[in-house]
Each structure stands twice: as structure tokens, then as C-alpha cells.
Ligand binder design. Structure first.
Ligand SMILES: Nc1ncnc2c1ncn2[C@@H]1O[C@H](COP(=O)(O)OP(=O)(O)OP(=O)(O)O)[C@@H](O)[C@H]1O
Ligand SMILES: [Mg+2]
Length: 568
């Protein structure tokens, strides 16, 4: 097909179902291994808590066996294929294998072969007894080509070769397989977004740059990309996947935003100390003490994984004692930034990972989950969906927000929304997101702006309490904003309250910045004429000269403000 093929014209890849039903699908020849090797393997997988598909246990009675088996493969994260002498004599096995290799291509399904008393090379060139086995399927020539192709491809995959070994060796082999499955699944399970698309391939790239296999050096990776492209998501996925392999770890969120707050970086120092030392109470008096403690106690003698999300100035790293010479061998540091030039001085010691946009397939896939709650668009919306995808330019945040915005809307509403979006320049992500804000009613807009200015990153309960006092119906309003993907909830520590997990309100930076910009535009030069103030400098100015509706004052700063105000 010509290079210009559209998504509609190409066949759409399968979706990765966001929630797999099984961890492992076992494909094997019943005659050869059901009673011995495969039953031991199955028992070991189940003992380790993996949901493993078994045709005798999981297939529903009366269900069409072939479609049940094929569906089970799609619903599994990993396939373990036990190639044995009679595997190829069974057309069931070959049908499974064809499907497994197809899912590998289209669903990022992981395939691990076990060559059980057969040689990969024999499968590859299809010779010896293997060719005899294939020949036994005479009469189904139409399928033969696909089967042999699947077989050849599978024979090149890295897996295990079991020769005629003793029982102990077989037990070791099973143990190795379980370890590998555990490792692979921890990568598949980063558990960061509801509808993950392309996370695995990005995570693999990041893993290569992190050189996790080596414990001799310290590796720093800087993830760079524009707002909304998925930096935090991939950094979080890596953190969730690998933090168990380290002796201490900390995910430090929103460094840029915190550095603007009085004592913000000091609080982040406390977070690092309490995460890594596993100690809720870190008594440090000031940020100099913080630096000393971090380098001498947290990083010293301990292999740590540290993620610093959204850094935009080298000084922020200095204040957090991030210098390779303070770290123990085997430690890894991941930094995300929108602004790579601010981290120029790291170039000689860090690897750069430039995050690319999602491709057309991935984009349509992600958009469909949000706009249709399904992996592909409803047929009659296909053209319109392609148009949206074209305009989102592979930015996950834009795809997510436009998808939520268009969910449940009629075709004519889609068209009018698209007319507006098309007028906005491609590079203007915020402009595209504003369409969602514009569609809110007056109360919802107010609530959105309040959250953008004051409550992003804070506990949901706290925000609700304060907003209730202002006669809003915040619970309903907050849910409504979440339904439109304008904010979301995360379980985490609120900054300054590291001892307790809370439900936090998370607003993406582009939204928060957009909300604050809208308020700033109410009066660019006179903060007192704006409806909300969140910057302490502006607050001070207004307390001196103006009237204002609401002001954000954090505790450490309150004294400062009140002092200045009383003595104005
Ligand atoms: N691979 C992905 N699959 C599905 N959703 C994704 C993916 N990457 C990002 N997203 C979604 O896109 C949104 C933006 O992602 P994220 O916050 O990671 O971007 P970012 O690059 O960190 O942006 P910023 O520079 O503003 O911090 C999130 O809501 C996230 O859920
Ligand atoms: Mg981010």
C-alpha cells in the first residue's frame, strides 16, 4: 500500500486490553508434556500467584473451543510455548502459535519459548521429524504458510532449551522460567494509567538507557519532551516497575512547581529523606542540613532509585543534593524535563531520552478508549476520529482530553468542535485543551479555576472542605471535571504530610497553567483586580493596596505575609 495510507485504510492493530484476564497462557502438546513438565510448570506459576490459563479449567462449557482459546491468548500478558516433539502434529497447537505470534506483533504480547527436547534450529529450517509432523496436516495448505512463518519466527525468540536432563535440572529450569515471568510481568504491570498505549515499548527503551543489569556505575537518564507527551507517565511506570530492585527509592513529583513555593525544595528534601530512610520524621532545620543529610545518609552506601519529575533548573538538583559523586554504585536517577537547555551541564554524565509522539495507530487507539470506551472508533465516527487524531499530533494528553470531551456527543457536535480545534495552531497544546474548559458552565469554570490556583496536588478532602465553605457543591463538580479529564485523582502523599496516604487532586500542568493564565488575564498589571491570588508576591502587594476574593497562604509563608501586612 502507498505510504500515504490513512489509519482507516490500514487494518487497525488489535488493542491492548487495559485489564488482562490472565497473566500467562500455556501452549503445549498434551501428549508430550501435560502430565509432567507442563503440570510442574503450571503448579509453579500458580504457586507464585500468576493467573495461568488452562484449557481444562477456564474454558466455559459449551464455549466454542477455538474461539475460547484464541480469546484467552488475547487476554493474557505472556505466552509460554512449550515446543516438544508432537507440538507440530497438533493443529490446535499450530492454531494457537499463529495467534500468539500475531498478538506479539499487534498487542505487544510477550512470547517465551521453551524448546523441550527439540532444537530451535530444527524448527527454524523445518527439517527432520519436524517436517514429518507438519506434513501430517496435509489438506490444510491454506494455513500451512502462516504456521511455518509463525514457527520460524518463534524459533528465533530467546527462551530456554531443555535437553534430556535430570529432575533437578528440570526443577531449576522451571524456577528460571518463573523468575523471568516475574521480571517480565513487573514491566507489563506498571499500573500508571487506565488505558496504557505504547508504554511497554517506551519503557523498554528507557530500561536500555538505565543499564539496570550493571551495578558498577551510576546512570542518569533525562527524559525530555513537550508538555503532555507522557514524561511523568513513563517515569512513573519505570519507578513502579523497578523500585523493588533498589535499597531505597523516591519519586519526587513536580520539582519545578515546588521550587516556586517558599520552602518547596526544603519539603522535597524531607520527602527524599523520609522515603529513602523509611523514616517519617526527618529533623532538618534548613536546606543546608538537608543537603548534608541526603548525601551522607540517604545516598551513601545504598543503591537508590530516584526520580525527579519536571525539573527546569540545575539549581533545583543542587538543592536536592543530586550529584553523581554522592551516589552509591548501582544507583539510578531519572529526571524529566520540558526544558533540556536548563540541564545542559548534565550532558556529559547523563543519557538523553527524547520522548516521541504516539504514532497514528497508538493515537487512534488511545483516543478511542477515551471517546468510545473501546479500542477502536464506532464505524460511522471513523473519519471524524482520524481527523481528531491528525490534529492531536500524537500528544497523549490532547488525545485523552479531546476523547473525553467528545465522548457521547453527536456527529454534528463533533464537527463543530473540530472546526474550533482546526483553527488552533498545531503546536498550541493548551489552545486545544481550552476547548474543554470553554464547554463548562459558570460554576464548573469557577471550580476549575479554584482548583488550578489553589488545590492542585492537595488532598481531595481538604479541597472539598474549603470549597464547601464557599457554598459550592464541590463533590459533584470535582467528579464532573474528572469525567472530562480536566483533573484526576491519585493516591499519594501530600507535600508536607508524608506520614499519611491521601486521595490527591492531580491537575496536569498544562491545565493548571492554563487556569492560572486565565485568572492572570483578568488583569495583567493589577493583581488586586484578579479573582484569585496564589503567588505570595502578588498577595503581599494586594494586602498592602487592594481587595481580593481569595488568597493562598501556606503556613511557612503566613507569618511573612501577616508581618508585612501589619507593618505596611
Ligand atoms: N503511553 C500512554 N498511554 C496512555 N496515556 C498516556 C500515555 N502517556 C501519557 N498518557 C496520558 O497523557 C497525560 C499526560 O501525560 P504526562 O502527565 O505523563 O505528560 P508530561 O509529559 O509529564 O507532561 P508535563 O510536561 O505537562 O508534565 C496523562 O493523563 C497520561 O495519563
Ligand atoms: Mg509531567
Amino acid at each position: 500500500m502507498a505510504a500515504k495510507c490513512t489509519i482507516q485504510a490500514c487494518s487497525l492493530p488489535y488493542p491492548s486490553p487495559p485489564h488482562h484476564k490472565y497473566d500467562v497462557f500455556l501452549s503445549f502438546s498434551g501428549v508430550d508434556t501435560r502430565r509432567k513438565f507442563t503440570s510442574h510448570l503450571l503448579a509453579a506459576l500458580e504457586r507464585n500467584g500468576f493467573r495461568t490459563f488452562r484449557d481444562d479449567k477456564w474454558l466455559d462449557r459449551g464455549e466454542d473451543i477455538e474461539s475460547g482459546l484464541l480469546k484467552a491468548i488475547e487476554d493474557s500478558k505472556i505466552s509460554l510455548v512449550v515446543f516438544s516433539k508432537n507440538y507440530l502434529t497438533s493443529s490446535w497447537c499450530l492454531i494457537e502459535l499463529e495467534k500468539i505470534m500475531e498478538c506479539k506483533k499487534k498487542l505487544q504480547h510477550i512470547v517465551l519459548p521453551i524448546f523441550y527436547e527439540v532444537e530451535p534450529l530444527d524448527l527454524r529450517v523445518q527439517k527432520g521429524s519436524i517436517i514429518g509432523a507438519l506434513v501430517s496436516h496435509k489438506g490444510i495448505d491454506s494455513k500451512m504458510q502462516n504456521w511455518t512463518a509463525a514457527l520460524t519466527e518463534a524459533s528465533y525468540l530467546s527462551g530456554w532449551v531443555k535437553t534430556n536432563m535430570g529432575e533437578r535440572d528440570e526443577a531449576d529450569l522451571i524456577e528460571n522460567i518463573v523468575i523471568e515471568v516475574t521480571n517480565k510481568l513487573s514491566l507489563v504491570h506498571p499500573n500508571v494509567v487506565d488505558y496504557p498505549v505504547g508504554i511497554m515499548s517506551r519503557l523498554r527503551k528507557l530500561t536500555t538507557l538505565l543499564h539496570l543489569e550493571s551495578s558498577d556505575n551510576i546512570h542518569i537518564v533525562v527524559i525530555w519532551g513537550i508538555g503532555g507527551i507522557g514524561k511523568t507517565t513513563i517515569a512513573r511506570a519505570a519507578y513502579n516497575s523497578f523500585h523493588c530492585q533498589f535499597e531505597g527509592s523516591s519519586f519526587v513529583a513536580e520539582v519545578r512547581e515546588n521550587s516556586k513555593q517558599t520552602n518547596g525544595l526544603f519539603l522535597l528534601q524531607k520527602q527524599i529523606l523520609s522515603d529513602i530512610l523509611n523514616n517519617g520524621n526527618c529533623n532538618i532545620g534548613n536546606s543546608h542540613e538537608g543537603i548534608e543529610l541526603i548525601k551522607n545518609r540517604a545516598f551513601c552506601g545504598r543503591k537508590v532509585l530516584l526520580v525527579l519529575d519536571d525539573v527546569d533548573h540545575i539549581q533545583q538538583l543542587k538543592t536536592l543534593a543530586i550529584d553523581p559523586k554522592f551516589f552509591h554504585r548501582g544507583s539510578r536517577i531519572i529526571i524529566t524535563t520540558r526544558n533540556i537547555s536548563s540541564l545542559n551541564s548534565l550532558r556529559s554524565v547523563a543519557e538523553l531520552y527524547t520522548l516521541e509522539q504516539l504514532d497514528k495507530y497508538e493515537s487512534l487507539h488511545l483516543f478511542s478508549w477515551h471517546a468510545f470506551k473501546d479500542h477502536r472508533p464506532i464505524e460511522k465516527y471513523m473519519d471524524l476520529s482520524n481527523e481528531v487524531v491528525e490534529y492531536a499530533k500524537g500528544i497523549p494528553l490532547t488525545l485523552e482530553v479531546l476523547g473525553c470531551f467528545l465522548f457521547g456527543k453527536t456527529k454534528s457536535e463533533w464537527r463543530s468542535a473540530m472546526e474550533k480545534v482546526k483553527k488552533i495552531p498545531h503546536e498550541d497544546v493548551i489552545g486545544k485543551l481550552k476547548i474543554s474548559f470553554d464547554s463548562l458552565n459558570k460554576e464548573e469554570k469557577d471550580l476549575f479555576l479554584d482548583i488550578a490556583c489553589f488545590f492542585a496536588g492537595m488532598s481531595e478532602n481538604f479541597a472539598i472542605q474549603v470549597l464547601q465553605a464557599c457554598n459550592f457543591f464541590p463533590e459533584i463538580g470535582i467528579r464532573c471535571l474528572a469525567d472530562r479529564c480536566l483533573l484526576k485523582f491519585e493516591l499519594g502523599f501530600e507535600l508536607g504530610y508524608e506520614s499519611q496516604f491521601r486521595h490527591l487532586i492531580v491537575m496536569h500542568d498544562p491545565f493548571r497553567d492554563m487556569g492560572r493564565e486565565i485568572v492572570r488575564q483578568e488583569s495583567f498589571n493589577y493583581p488586586g483586580k484578579r479573582s484569585r491570588l496564589w503567588d505570595h508576591e502578588d498577595a503581599l502587594q494586594v494586602l498592602r493596596y487592594d481587595e481580593v476574593r481569595s488568597i493562598s497562604i501556606n503556613f511557612s509563608f503566613a507569618f511573612d505575609v501577616l508581618f508585612n501586612w501589619c507593618y505596611r
